[in-house]
Design a protein around this ligand. Structure first.
Ligand SMILES: Nc1ncnc2c1ncn2[C@@H]1O[C@H](COP(=O)(O)OP(=O)(O)OP(=O)(O)O)[C@@H](O)[C@H]1O
Ligand SMILES: [Mg+2]
Length: 253
């Protein structure tokens, strides 16, 4: 790959108790590109995504072997500050999860936790983050209104703005458009393409057209294994593995 690797899995295994959900994953994720994870339900896509910001740590009984590095640092080493990691590696979920507070306070939430108090500074972060998530023009006159009053698509873009507000480096998106109508999905896809100018984006999607439309690289998972990984165009036009071919042509999953 001709760009710098930002995230690298090396022989990464993950167990939920006895059950192995990731099997010896080796994968280099390039900086400022969109990488899509595809594969049938239960194959380990969300699990893999959560290893990147150690969200799996919150699940009892999880054990990890092997390595995941972020900019060369092993994120499972004891020296890693998990709060720092999660600031660098933000996450947007399948279902928008606005906090029951104003739009402004949703966006300012993270920066406040990280110690930013000055109103002028917060105002600027809120505006920049909402602009970054292509939502500013729609909400600039109602910042003090409840975020719960936004439409589903707006709520999801607000969650993206909230993730951007702490100045992450990597953005993880787990099926972030699956609950949205086609128009909102299109807006978020356009947004992803803008975001990759500044951020590394890793998405999980069940929508193969979406993977083709937005991603630069694509990884096909099956039963906890990374079956195939490469440039998206190549993976979809000339899959190397029969299982990839069967999946993308709709023979299973
Ligand atoms: N919290 C958990 N505790 C125990 N097992 C889990 C947990 N989360 C996931 N698993 C198991 O790990 C495997 C991978 O699940 P994961 O959620 O990563 O799949 P996925 O590819 O994201 O699927 P989907 O497309 O349905 O979201 C599955 O066998 C699942 O049952
Ligand atoms: Mg999942």
């Amino acid at each position: 790959m001709n760009t710098q690797t930002i995230l690298q899995a090396q022989d990464l295994d993950l167990f939920y108790g006895e059950n192995q959900a990731l099997k010896a994953i080796n994968m280099e994720i390039p900086e400022r590109r969109i990488t899509a994870l595809i594969g049938p339900s239960g194959c380990g896509k969300s699990t893999f995504l959560r290893t990147i910001n150690r969200m799996n740590d919150l699940i009892p009984g999880v054990s990890v072997r092997g390595k995941m590095t972020y900019r060369g640092e092993d994120i499972y080493s004891p020296e890693i500050d998990v709060t720092w990691l999660r600031k660098k590696v933000g996450m947007v979920f399948q279902k928008a999860n606005p906090f029951p507070m104003s739009i402004y306070d949703n966006i300012a939430y993270g920066p406040r936790i990280h110690g930013i108090r000055k109103k002028a500074e917060l105002d600027q972060i809120v505006e920049e983050s909402l602009r970054g998530a292509a939502l500013w023009d729609e909400v600039k006159d109602r910042l003090k209104k409840s975020a719960l009053g936004l439409s589903g698509g707006q709520q999801q873009r607000m969650c993206i703005a909230r993730a951007l507000a702490v100045q992450p480096d990597v953005l993880l998106m787990d099926e972030s458009t699956s609950a949205l109508d086609p128009g909102s999905t299109m807006r978020i896809e356009e947004l992803m393409s803008q975001l990759k100018e500044r951020y590394t984006v890793v998405i999980v999607t069940h929508n193969m057209q979406q993977a083709v439309r937005v991603s630069d690289h694509c990884a096909f998972f099956l039963l906890g294994e990374l079956v195939e990984y490469g440039p998206t165009q190549q993976l979809f036009s000339q899959p190397k593995d029969k299982r990839t071919e069967d999946y993308i042509t709709g023979r299973f999953g």
